[in-house]
Design a protein around this ligand. Structure first.
Ligand code: GLN
Length: 200
């Protein structure tokens, strides 16, 4: 029925999936709910049905890779992206989306890039968001070692990309779900709303 998409576009809550194989998916869910989204945990391919956007959380990228393969999620995740729906990857989620994993954003992530000494830290980070720098929590974080011409680097630490966007894909090397500053999630939700309007 043609009235369904326009009703969805005009006000119904958006629905965001959070990949829930391993990692801190519950913290993402809490932020997304606080911002007014409906949240669905994603564990198998059919969980991707009827979502407006998807978050890949931080955690342990080797474990998440094995889970994605075990649950046969590789092609469904690529198809989700190809359908134009926004994806947001944080920390291990950034790694999962890179050229050497799902190949959904044209970057190469360097794992545990900040080294053994400075594994975890919090730093003010200028990301061009209104309201000034965000308090970014880095936990054994990757950085973006290489990226293609279509990738916009949104923030850097020491000359290394730690936040980037390519089309509908947003990645950050830190953990915005662990601070009380919701602006990065809001940036993602804005792209989810725009993509849904464009598809309606
Ligand atoms: N060091 C982890 C990995 O390489 C990522 C850390 C995180 O997600 N906080 O998988």
């Amino acid at each position: 029925m043609s009235s369904v998409p326009s009703r969805r576009a005009s006000g119904e809550k958006i629905t965001v999936g959070v990949l829930a194989l391993q990692g801190d998916f519950e913290a993402h869910g809490a932020v997304l709910k606080r911002l007014g989204a409906r949240v669905h945990e994603v564990r198998i391919p059919s969980d991707l049905d009827r979502l407006d956007g998807l978050v890949l959380p931080g955690g342990e990228s080797t474990t998440i890779t094995l889970g994605i393969e075990r649950e046969q999620l590789v092609e469904p995740l690529r198809a989700f992206h190809s359908s134009g729906k926004p994806i947001f990857g944080t920390c291990a989620g950034l790694i999962m989306l890179d050229r050497e994993h799902l190949g959904i954003i044209d970057i190469r992530a360097e794992r545990n890039a900040f080294g053994r000494q400075v594994r975890s830290f919090e730093a003010p980070l200028e990301m061009g968001l209104s309201g000034g720098p965000i308090a970014a929590v880095f936990i054994r974080a990757p950085w973006i070692a290489e990226h293609g011409a279509g990738v916009e680097i949104l923030a850097e630490v020491g000359g290394h990309g730690v936040a980037a966007r390519e089309g509908t894909v947003l990645v950050v090397a830190f953990h915005p779900e662990l601070s009380s500053d919701d602006r990065v999630h809001e940036l993602f939700l804005q792209s989810v709303r725009e993509a849904r309007l464009a598809a309606a």
